[in-house]
Design a protein around this ligand. Sequence first.
Ligand code: 5GP
Ligand code: ZN
Length: 114
Amino acid sequence: MEGCIFCKIAAGEIPGRKVYETQSVLAFEDIHPMAPVHVIIIPKRHVATLMDADAEGMADVQAMMAAAQEVARIKKVDQRGFRVVINCNEEGGQVVFHLHMHLLGGLKLRDGLA
Ligand code: 5GP
Ligand code: ZN
C-alpha cells in the first residue's frame, strides 16, 4: 500500500534487519527496541489492523504465529519465554497501520498492560 512503511520494508524499498522470512510473512528487528529481543512480524500483504483481517488475513495471522515460534528459536528465547502482542487501533497503542505482531523477550517481563 502506498506510503506504508511496513509495505516498503516488505518490498525491500527501505532497509529492515531481517530475522526470518517465509512466502507470506517477514520478521525484522524493531527500530526502537523495548526489550533485548524485540522483533516485528508482519504479513507481506497489507492489512491495516487486526480488525481488518478477513479469512485471508486470518491465514496471515496464523502464519505470523508460526513465524513467532521460529523467531523465538532463532533468538533463543523459546525456552526462557517471551511475549507476543498485537496492538489494535488507537487505545491499543497501534502507531503503524500495517498489521504486525511484536515478539518481546530477553528479560523478565512484568504484568503491566499500560
Ligand atoms: P505499534 O505501536 O504500531 O504496535 O508498533 C510499531 C512498531 O514499529 C514500534 O515498536 C516502532 O519502533 C516500530 N517501527 C516504526 N517504524 C519502523 C521502521 O521504519 N523500521 C523498523 N524496523 N521498525 C519500525
Ligand atoms: Zn502496509
